[in-house]
Design a binder for this molecule. Structure first.
Ligand code: HEC
Ligand code: HEC
Length: 290
């Protein structure tokens, strides 16, 4: 190691280190880099003071600006709400017929209704609301509980066999399992109800016997003409729409095991405006399918 000396080419001092005749210049860190380092440090100090920064065991330093991602999120949700609230307010404040006759509002209903339906209802009632095995079609004009807007909205609010304190109760009893009717009696009444829709080749005596069982066991819910009763959600047995199938095997199973369809309640899961929009959406779908 030699003495530091001035380098004749650059005019800078050397460090005195020397390798095989090559001297090391004492080049200082450029000022600009030092300034940046200082600025970085100062700005992190400022941010530590202003914004949430240092975690502790079960808390963190909050910073004097009170910035909070949760409040930021809430604010942006509020903004989104402000965009959608006008239609919700309008739908809340207007009568069903008024909305149905208002093309602009119905456009909104179709748009938001389709989204709400896809998110909440389609998994059971099908994407086109035509239902499927165990789930009634909502667009066939055959209503278990009633198809006027107020009734549909109430079905949405409280559900069916849903566990809601005001839930609608749908009870088709298990005539076989519970030993109320023998297999023979179930077949007899089964062929009677099929005769209501399809005509039949069963003999008169059998039909008469079936009709007697029907009057004793079934008419209190399905009506003496078999057309159902909305107060108990009993379906019309004289049309071509079957929730659980209308062939002898399916009817046999219905009579043997009973049926208790469950429709969830939406009381606390969808707002009033959303339930109203869905009601209108379903009615609109049914109308366009006619
Ligand atoms: C978990 C499945 C399921 C989901 C999800 C569901 N439903 Fe239902 N829904 C049913 C069943 C089952 C019934 C028939 C209940 C009965 O037996 O009375 C029903 C009945 C209904 C009825 C009454 C039909 C009538 O004929 O009176 C309406 C209206 C209805 N649903 C609309 C909706 C809407 C709108 C949604 C979405 C918010 C929805 N449902 C979500 C299963 C479901
Ligand atoms: C206490 C009322 C009640 C009585 C009594 C009753 N039912 Fe029902 N029945 C219902 C209800 C409610 C449903 C709908 C169940 C559901 O949607 O989950 C139903 C459904 C049915 C279905 C299925 C319809 C479909 O669309 O798939 C058949 C078939 C039927 N009942 C036949 C009968 C016969 C036959 C009797 C007499 C032996 C009878 N029911 C007695 C209430 C009743």
């Amino acid at each position: 190691m030699g003495e530091p000396e001035r380098d004749p080419y650059t005019g800078r001092m050397t460090t005195g280190h020397e390798w095989n005749g090559i001297n090391e210049l004492a080049t200082p860190v450029p000022k600009l880099v030092l300034i940046f380092l200082a600025l970085t440090f100062i700005s992190s100090l400022i941010i530590w003071i202003l914004a949430p920064a240092w975690p502790s065991v079960n808390n963190y330093t909050k910073g004097i600006l009170g910035i909070d991602q949760r409040t930021t999120l809430e604010n942006s949700l509020e903004k989104a709400d402000a965009i959608t609230t006008p239609w919700r307010n309008e739908i809340n404040s207007k009568e069903f017929t008024e909305i149905l006759n208002n093309d602009d509002l119905m456009k909104t209903v179709r748009q938001h209704g389709a989204r709400l339906f896809a998110d909440n209802c389609a998994m059971c009632h099908g994407t086109d609301a035509t239902g499927g095995y165990g789930y009634p079609s909502l667009v066939d004009d055959q209503w278990l509980w009633g198809g006027d807007p107020a009734t549909i909205m109430e079905t949405l609010r409280i559900g069916v066999n849903s566990g809601h304190s005001e839930s609608r109760i749908s009870q088709m009893m298990a005539y076989g399992r519970d030993g109320i009717l023998t297999l023979d009696q179930r077949r007899t009444v089964g062929s009677y109800i099929l005769s209501l829709t399809q005509g039949t080749n069963a003999d008169d005596a059998k039909l008469k016997a079936g009709s007697e069982i029907f009057m004793q066991q079934c008419q209190s819910c399905h009506g003496s003409d078999g057309r159902g009763m909305r107060s108990v959600g009993a379906p019309n047995l004289t049309d071509d729409f079957w929730i659980y199938g209308g062939d002898p095997v399916a009817i046999d199973q219905t009579l043997r095991e009973g049926r208790q369809g469950v429709m969830p309640f939406w009381d606390d899961r969808l707002s009033l405006a959303d339930r109203k929009a869905l009601t209108l959406y379903v009615l609109d779908l049914a109308e366009t399918r006619k």
